[in-house]
Design a protein around this ligand. Structure first.
Ligand code: UD2
Ligand code: MN
Length: 585
């Protein structure tokens, strides 16, 4: 229904435009390409940022106008994006650097900063012709104690694979790194780029979120484009990201991310060939991806065209600088790391913009094994897990009450967290006349419910204590699939925080507890359902499995759990839920 309405109103506007600007008919009807965007919010604050007269990209039979004329062939370690395997006698250095940086810097250091990588795009991508007058761009790279060669390979790849007329600058923003080689040596090194690469430094640790906002303010380009400090941009990556923004300044664009192995630096796609994914979330605000729904995929004429996405992973995207700043950049109350991707996504969509993922733009990113840095002083000032505080700030600002409840159902302890003052965020939302979260769910993120349905309330939550042993059921820190175990009840934390919902699902974090002949197991929850087999009886204190018709029992003198024929007077079959207190109070 809504789509039809939108199309109609668009048609009216096009007709009006044609009458007023007859010479533009030629442009409107001779340029095949990205299907034009639907108006997001009628009469929105940002209407003036949309252009109806721009040239659109066009699919041509010859090579596209910004394609390299012939491929560069090089030989050496890691060339063509191949894995580079170190010798036995280098393994100590490799292990040491892996623990310091979360990636194998000993390996990266042996690979050329100008190495070649495979072109992972759909073949069709080589045949798009883009406007010649795209906006100039500041590529902003914020970093905190990153490895030298990965940081510089990011810069080299941008310089090597970007049409210079669109590259205003590469802006490096140092978030108070302490590593020696990121000091004077870095300043000397970038002089070779003759002013194209600029470096600014924070006077204290700000975290990546504030550092990006600072970079945006400092940038000189019309468009700003963020990259993590361990990326390699792929062939002809920039024009496809700029084309939608050029047409409509309220579109934020996101490249498709390839993986660079953190141990071998092999470059490889993470998505199955030809399949398109987009960013969504689950109700605990963990970032998830979903295959693009047919409704969205079919809206386009060509499979290599951009498609709309509810959200994005966070690291890599392009946006009109003034548009970003008019949205208040990132909420300055978000600390260090996490949740900013949702804040920006909700804000963009609800306040009249949109997000498009661009299959013809590919950028490699090193996914680290673990986070090598701590959160510094900023984290110590805050009580409670900082990332969850960020999530709470975001949902308290952008969710409607009904949706806030889903978050608190999934993260019961978050209710106790102090988000700080969000009145300025709420004022901005009002000022920009932003739409409700319900609107966003209905029109943009409609596929979230397919995977993560509305959450029924928790009937019980907290630690699950066995009456015989007085110990608690515990994930023991293992991931799924694994057996649940028992350990001393510690009254806080996530490993013992269980939730039994009104439909019988027993959850721990984003995971679920099920049972089979081997025992009581931690498993991946079945997507698309919030139902489960469990029933807790408050008088007998038993936890009953409705399918197997048995009860959860602890084996005496062990930590082994299994389903047994129910014995309501046996304390090994008896359990109590007790709500937890947050550790930070
Ligand atoms: C992902 C995003 C990342 C960011 C984060 C959530 C991708 C590929 N990456 O985590 O960009 O959105 O989710 O917030 O989508 N940094 C600082 N100061 C700090 C900490 C980090 O400048 O205090 C820099 C860091 O050097 C890097 C960038 O911020 O260049 C992102 O950090 P990350 O690579 O550790 O984050 P990642 O990829 O795990
Ligand atoms: Mn990263």
């Amino acid at each position: 229904m809504r789509i039809v309405q939108i199309r109609k109103s668009r048609l009216l506007r096009v007709v009006a435009g044609v009458l007023l600007l007859v010479p533009l008919i030629y442009l409107l009807f001779t340029h095949e390409g990205e299907s034009s965007s639907e108006p997001k919010v009628e009469g929105s604050h940002f209407e003036s940022l949309r252009s109806k007269i721009r040239k659109l990209p066009k699919l041509v039979s010859e090579l596209g106008n910004f394609e390299p004329k012939k491929p560069i062939v090089r030989t050496g370690p890691g060339e063509a994006g191949k894995a580079h395997i170190l010798r036995e006698d280098q393994q100590n250095d490799a292990a040491q650097s892996l623990s310091e940086y979360g990636m194998n810097m000993a390996c990266s250091d042996e690979i050329s900063l100008d190495r070649t990588i495979p072109d992972t795009r759909l073949p069709e991508c080589k045949h798009w012709e883009y406007p010649e007058d795209l906006p100039r761009t500041s590529v902003i790279i914020v970093f905190h104690n990153e490895g030298w060669s990965t940081l510089m390979r990011t810069v080299h790849s941008v310089i090597n694979r970007t049409p210079p007329q669109f590259l205003e600058e590469v802006l490096l923003v140092d978030d108070f790194s302490s590593k020696e080689d990121l000091k004077g040596k870095l300043e000397d090194y970038i002089t070779r780029f003759k002013g194209k690469v600029r470096l600014i430094r924070n006077k204290e640790r700000e975290g990546l979120i504030r550092t990006r906002s600072l970079g945006a303010k400092e940038a000189r380009g019309e468009v700003i484009l963020f990259l993590d400090a361990h990326c390699e941009v792929n062939t002809n990556w920039l024009p496809p990201l700029l084309a939608p923004i050029y047409r409509d300044r309220t579109i934020m664009t996101v490249p498709v991310i390839d993986g660079i192995d953190h141990k071998s630096f092999e470059y490889r796609p993470v998505y199955q060939d030809g399949h398109h994914y987009r960013g969504i979330f689950e109700w605990g605000m963990l970032y998830k991806e979903n295959e693009v729904p047919a409704k969205e995929a079919n809206r386009r004429k060509h499979n290599s065209e951009p498609y709309k996405s509810p959200t994005h992973a966070g690291g890599l995207f392009a946006i009109d600088r003034k548009f970003f700043l008019s949205l208040g950049a990132y909420d300055p109350g978000l600390l260090v790391w996490g949740g900013e991707n949702f804040e920006l996504s909700f804000k963009i969509w609800q306040c009249g913009g949109s997000i498009e993922w661009v299959p013809c733009s590919r950028v490699g990113h090193v996914y680290r094994g673990f986070m090598p840095y701590n959160f510094g002083k900023l984290a110590q000032r805050k009580k409670g897990p900082l990332i969850t505080i960020n999530y709470k700030r975001v949902i308290e600002t952008w969710f409607d009450d009904k949706f806030k409840e889903y978050f608190y159902t999934r993260e019961p302890l978050a209710r106790f967290l102090d988000t700080g003052d969000i009145s300025e965020q709420l004022a901005l939302k009002k000022k920009l006349k932003c739409r409700s979260f319900q609107w966003y769910m209905d029109n943009v993120a409609y596929d979230v419910f397919d995977k993560f349905p509305e959450l029924p309330k928790n009937i019980h939550w907290g630690e699950l204590r066995n009456l015989a042993s007085s110990t608690c059921m515990d994930t023991l820190g293992h991931g799924p699939p694994s057996l649940m175990g028992m350990s001393p009840c510690h009254g806080y934390g996530n490993n013992q925080l269980l939730r039994l919902n009104a439909k019988g699902q027993l959850g721990v974090g984003e995971r679920c507890i099920e049972a089979d002949s081997q025992g009581i197991k931690l498993v991946f929850c079945r997507l698309g359902t919030v139902d489960g087999p469990w029933q807790y009886d408050e008088t007998t204190h038993t936890l009953f499995h409705r399918v197997h018709k048995k009860c959860v029992a602890l084996h005496p003198q062990t930590t082994h759990l299994s389903l047994m024929p129910c014995d309501v007077v046996n304390t090994y079959h008896q359990w109590t839920f007790k709500e937890l207190q947050p550790r930070w109070q």
